[in-house]
Design a protein around this ligand. Structure first.
Ligand SMILES: [Zn+2]
Length: 310
């Protein structure tokens, strides 16, 4: 069923670069003298992002990168943009030390089996002070079950929310803390409640198109949260499939042997198997999720290889 979308009225000082799922969206703010970019995608798409920014900045300096959080699909272009344009980088405060030391374990690149080019930050986002982006003040909203250190940005004047991975048009990012036995569902509930109270006119998610109907998205997100929360194995299974699909989006095609070798080295799938599916061994668990991805049309076997399907 197709639905006609009313065009979204965004201020002229901002532009959304909708990227897909391997790379997060980027938002380019231009206040007339300098450009800021929010989030920079996955590392393998960094050369494309550098080209896009070169075109969009129209001779103005790229002064600043701001990251909503430090997952590999949101900061992967930081290093390439910094090498090319010398912007400053602002990150949420929670993982500052891990970034400075480039601790890939704490930054969860090792645990997820994802890559990120090393960068360093210049400033920390102050959770108590609005950020100035594109001539507007944006309140910084902390938290969420996907990543407790994540920052969302809300313009009260325009009633626009940059929601990162806390709210998508149909869902939200994997609730990673729960996989490790920490709390995440309650935090996800809290951030959805906060967004409900703001009732934004437009939501710019970390992935997928910007959308106007925040009420419908929130309803879907609450339902999804209830579904996951009532049986945490569902969250674990979903996380495992997301991690496999994400890797497949990057490598495009693989032998099953290479896939097994890759995930045997990453913590999250081993953790998911031990905590949630102890009766399966890791390889069996992975095979069953690959089968589910194939049945769902997200991957296919051909010529002895597993291929990504968009
Ligand atoms: Zn994320």
């Amino acid at each position: 069923m197709s639905r006609t979308r009313a065009p979204l009225r965004l201020p002229g000082t901002m532009q959304v670069l909708e990227r897909g799922w391997l790379s997060s969206n980027s938002i380019v703010f231009d206040d007339g003298s300098a450009v800021t970019i929010v989030d920079t995608g996955y590392v393998s798409h960094a050369p494309l992002l550098v080209q896009l920014v070169e075109q969009l900045r129209r001779g103005r300096p790229l002064a600043r990168i701001v990251n909503t959080h430090l997952h590999s699909d949101h900061v992967g272009g930081n290093a390439a943009l910094q090498a090319r344009f010398r912007p400053t980088i602002a990150i949420p405060p929670g993982q500052a030390a891990a970034v400075r030391q480039w601790d890939e374990q704490r930054l969860n690149y090792a645990a997820t089996g994802q890559q990120c080019a090393r960068f360093d930050y210049d400033t920390l986002i102050d959770l108590d002070r609005p950020l100035r982006l594109g001539g507007l003040d944006w309140e910084v909203i902390g938290g969420g079950g996907h990543d407790p250190e994540m920052a969302l940005f809300h313009s009260h004047d325009e009633r626009i929310l940059v929601s990162a991975d806390a709210l998508w048009e149909n869902g939200f990012g994997v609730i990673f803390p729960e996989l490790e036995g920490a709390s995440g569902f309650a935090e996800q509930q809290a951030v959805l409640d906060r967004i409900s109270a703001l009732a934004p006119r437009i939501v710019i998610p970390g992935h997928g198109a910007a959308f106007a109907d925040s009420g419908a998205a929130l309803e879907a997100a609450y339902r999804r949260l209830e579904y996951l929360r009532s049986d945490p194995q569902r969250n674990a299974r979903h996380a495992a499939k997301v991690l496999i699909k994400f890797w497949l989006l990057d490598v495009r095609s693989t032998t099953m042997q290479r896939l097994h070798r890759h995930f045997a080295r990453t913590d999250y799938l081993r953790l998911i198997q031990r905590r949630y599916f102890p009766r399966l061994d890791l390889a069996q668990m992975i095979d069953s999720y690959v089968d589910e991805l194939v049945r769902a049309g997200a991957a296919e076997f051909a010529g002895g290889l597993l291929h990504n399907r968009d």
